[in-house]
Ligand binder design. Structure first.
Ligand SMILES: [Zn+2]
Length: 291
């Protein structure tokens, strides 16, 4: 169906939606208030007890530059003020849990304009691997239902994100095994910021979107082919599931195995480096001769 782009004459003189200007103005005011509240939160002194927890549990923190450490602590303050935590399966939420999760999630926010994972309200934490019902397709018109163990999950319309504390702690303690459930699940949240879960986060220009799509399509197809052929890969083959998981798995490798990713997948590394505006090689714990 053809769509006309002509502006109706009446619209030139009358607002199409009465009240829309007032709605726009109140949205602008709310946004300014939110920004001011966040500036105040970032400027607050970081609690000493929390700092000890970050230094003790989150290994990458002490490898960051001084400026990045300050920025990260500011983001943690906003994150903890805005997100709700709930313990599941009898698990008790402590400051250790909140701060360890927030520090890892906020690594994804450094150096960028951010709205702090706007679709996410609540973080649910289980003590260890939790069981979930899953229905998966194993053939044309054939589905299998069963219970599977999970370490984390989130969804575009869930408003929540689920984590297993055991995996969170392990991810924070080993920053170079390319496995980090917090980075993985929060990468999905970044993917949702442009209102789609498609493996493409919010990019600024159409040129950037085009370059991203070309690189990701090729890299995803390569991972799929390697997975089918049984060829060893740097990227976790879970990323061969679909472009959404490919993005999350790539983010884990970008932050945890940056030297290897840059050596073996330079185009993928370049796209992620441009999006995240940081170079994890500078603070990585990955040994230089590990690839
Ligand atoms: Zn995932």
């Amino acid at each position: 169906m053809a769509v006309s782009c002509a502006i109706p004459k009446t619209a030139i003189w009358k607002p199409l939606f009465p009240g829309s200007r007032a709605a726009l103005e109140s949205a602008v005011i709310l946004s300014l208030l939110k920004q001011r509240r966040r500036r105040r939160l970032r400027a607050r002194p970081f609690p000493k007890e929390w700092l000890k927890l970050v230094q003790h549990h989150v290994v990458f923190f002490c490898r960051l530059s001084g400026g990045d450490r300050v920025e990260l602590l500011g983001h943690i303050q906003v994150f903890l003020a805005e997100k709700r935590f709930e313990g599941c399966g009898g698990f008790a939420i402590t400051d250790e849990v909140r701060v360890t999760i927030a520090a890892q999630a906020c690594l994804l926010l450094l150096h960028r304009e951010t709205d702090y994972f706007p679709g996410l309200l609540t973080i649910l934490v289980y003590p260890l691997t939790y069981m979930a019902e899953e229905k998966r397709q194993i053939g044309e018109h054939v589905w299998e239902e069963g219970t599977v163990g999970r370490l984390g999950e989130t969804g575009r319309r869930m408003g929540s994100l689920v984590l297993a504390w055991g995996a969170v702690k392990h991810g924070a303690a080993d920053p170079s095994d390319a496995k980090n459930v917090v980075l993985h699940e929060f990468a999905h949240q970044l993917d949702y910021e442009n209102h789609a879960g498609d493996g493409v986060p919010a990019l600024e220009t159409s040129e950037e979107q085009l370059a991203w799509s070309e690189v990701m399509r090729w890299e995803f197809a390569s991972l799929r082919a390697a997975d089918e052929s049984g060829i060893p890969t740097l990227l976790d083959t879970y990323g061969a599931t679909d472009p959404v998981e490919f993005f999350a798995v790539s983010v884990e490798a970008f932050f945890e195995r940056p030297r290897a990713l840059r050596a073996y997948h330079p185009n993928l590394y370049a796209q992620l480096q441009k999006y995240f505006r940081q170079d994890p090689v500078e603070y990585s714990a990955e040994p230089a001769d590990w690839y």
